[in-house]
Design a protein around this ligand. Structure first.
Ligand SMILES: NC(=O)C1=CN([C@@H]2O[C@H](COP(=O)(O)OP(=O)(O)OC[C@H]3O[C@@H](n4cnc5c(N)ncnc54)[C@H](O)[C@@H]3O)[C@@H](O)[C@H]2O)[C@H](O)CC1
Ligand code: K
Length: 488
């Protein structure tokens, strides 16, 4: 069961349902949220830091008071800034956590100045923010933004609506730590400068409670992955791991298809055939010893379990071959890069795509396919409609890659980071998804596992490589993703 991305105004109802099912009280849920925040915060910050927590009058502020108490008890120097008038009535749970603040914490009223801090925590407005910001709230947000401290938002940056772009003043976070599920607006690339790095923390909300909420947006997390993997046994042989054919590469771009090929092998493919241009055969054979090569214009597709087409292929003189493949193979196809560019130039090919074909465009390739969009929300909508209309899977690549399924569901990935924005990263993904298809995974599961493991490989590899990460590092790290998830 996958986490759904419910709307900001549904979260109260979601909480209520969780509380009635779990028997937990609302203050316990708030404590769990605050504790999760601190469990993330403490290992990432030294106890010498001075933390200033700006708290509103609602439950977002309540989280802030609870965080203040926990951090103070852990040895941090904490100051609380009240972002409300003395006469304001706090929400019940905020009031209780306000009263539980230890005496050592300095509590500053609205009109008081704040001491210099090294970390500023924004617990002013959460998902309860509605309509246009009051003038006093604009002032508070601007004051917070002027601080030179590292800025961390609790649940959502103050002033940012849950599903859209900000319409006025908004807190500019370096990191946003969101509870239970990312709010949709946190996933919009247009909000990157507002949200900063995104961290989503499990606060123990029962997965069952999401069932009753109507949304097509889902969030893929670690819990979802192991059950999607096939188990292989003692008597499995290389045929069981699938025979994959990859078509791509051209003069000067053989690296792309070699990356895809290596990636498929590291993902677990048993047999790999590269279908390449005759004059590039030597490069392919030397570049990837484990692969067989063929150079036919109309290759023998019998016995092939999955086909990946496009990396480094070029679009010159490829149309006939792509048509041939689409007409003669329907077991499992991934189309990437130049295969997508060919379709953009020859739209009638769209109608020839076998059901469940997987397309892996990045934003520019997607725009070339369907025309440009005003913003990301419009692009997500177009991707959903196209996937439903053609009964295909569209993997829209980017930070939080979005998998659009033929039934209208849209799944956001939770792994990966900006270090993966490097040449050949997409070629690696194509190899991974094609490999899973070849191993007999359903197209949906192949896309999910491919995207999740690809991002996880990026996370693991970037721990030591940072901005020096290259696509080959991702490939080398694929086996570590299985170890990390405990998959044999
Ligand atoms: N399951 C969870 O995710 C949990 C989340 N928690 C936290 O609770 C907040 C939501 O709390 P809520 O009380 O509903 O609302 P807020 O605190 O976000 O906001 C209310 C606060 O904001 C003021 N306000 C509203 N609109 C405006 C405006 N236009 N201008 C100025 N001020 C405005 C309003 O007056 C109130 O004072 C969620 O984000 C999480 O942080 C729970 O702790 C646990 C479960
Ligand atoms: K906030």
């Amino acid at each position: 069961m996958m986490i759904k991305i419910v709307k900001g105004d549904q979260i109260k109802a979601l909480d209520r349902l969780h509380l009635s099912l779990s028997g937990q009280s609302s203050i316990e849920l708030m404590e769990r949220a605050a504790q999760s925040f601190c469990d993330w915060f403490i290992p990432n910050h030294a106890q010498t830091e001075v933390v200033s927590i700006w708290c509103g009058a609602g439950n977002n502020g309540g989280d802030g008071f609870a965080i203040a108490r926990i951090l103070s008890r852990k040895g941090f120097t904490v100051e609380v800034k009240c972002c409300f008038e003395n006469s304001t009535k706090l929400s019940d749970d905020a009031q209780r956590n306000f009263e539980r603040l230890p005496e050592i914490i300095r509590v500053r009223p609205l009109d008081d100045h704040v001491n210099k801090s090294t970390v500023l925590i924004d617990a002013f407005l959460g998902v309860g923010f509605r309509g246009a910001l009051k003038e006093s709230a604009v002032e508070i947000i601007e004051k917070m933004n002027r601080h030179s401290a590292k800025k961390i938002s609790v649940d959502i940056p103050s002033g940012l609506p849950s599903e859209e772009l900000p319409s006025g003043a908004v807190f500019l976070a370096d990191v946003t730590v969101s509870f239970a599920q990312p709010k949709l607006s946190l996933l919009l690339p247009e909000n990157e400068a507002v949200v900063g790095e995104l961290v989503v923390l499990d606060i123990g909300v029962f997965l069952e409670v999401y069932e009753g909420f109507d949304t097509d947006f889902y969030y893929i997390t670690r819990k979802d992955i192991p059950e999607k993997h096939h188990r292989f046994g003692r008597f499995s042989h290389k045929g069981d791991f699938g025979k994959v054919m990859l078509m791509g590469g051209s003069l000067g771009k053989m690296g792309a298809i070699l990356l895809t090929g290596k990636s498929a092998l590291r993902t677990g493919s048993g047999l790999l055939q590269l279908n390449i241009d005759k004059d590039q055969n030597l490069i392919a054979q030397v570049g990837l010893t484990e692969a067989m090569t063929t150079v036919d214009e109309k290759p023998d597709l019998s016995g092939i379990d999955a086909l990946g087409i496009g990396p480094g292929w070029g679009t010159e003189n490829r149309l006939e071959k792509l048509e041939y493949v689409l007409e003669n193979f329907s077991r499992g196809i991934v189309l990437d890069a130049d295969a997508l560019n060919l379709i953009s130039k020859n739209e009638k090919l769209l109608l020839k795509l076998p059901a469940n074909t997987i397309l892996t465009p990045h934003l520019k390739e997607f725009d070339r396919l369907v025309g440009s969009s005003e913003n990301q929300l419009e692009r997500w909508q177009k991707a959903k409609e196209l996937a439903m209309e053609l009964r295909i899977i569209i993997v829209l690549k980017g930070a939080n890659t979005l998998i659009n399924l033929p039934d209208g569901r849209q799944l956001f990935n939770s792994t990966g980071n900006h270090y993966m924005a490097t040449a050949g990263s997409g070629d690696v993904l194509t190899g991974m998804i094609t490999s899973f298809l070849g191993q007999g995974y359903s197209p949906e599961n192949a896309a999910i596992c491919g995207v999740y493991h690809h991002g996880l490989a990026g996370e693991i590899a970037s721990k030591s490589k940072r901005r020096g990460l290259i696509a080959g590092d991702l490939i080398q790290t694929i086996p570590d993703t299985y170890i990390e998830l405990g998959i044999k």
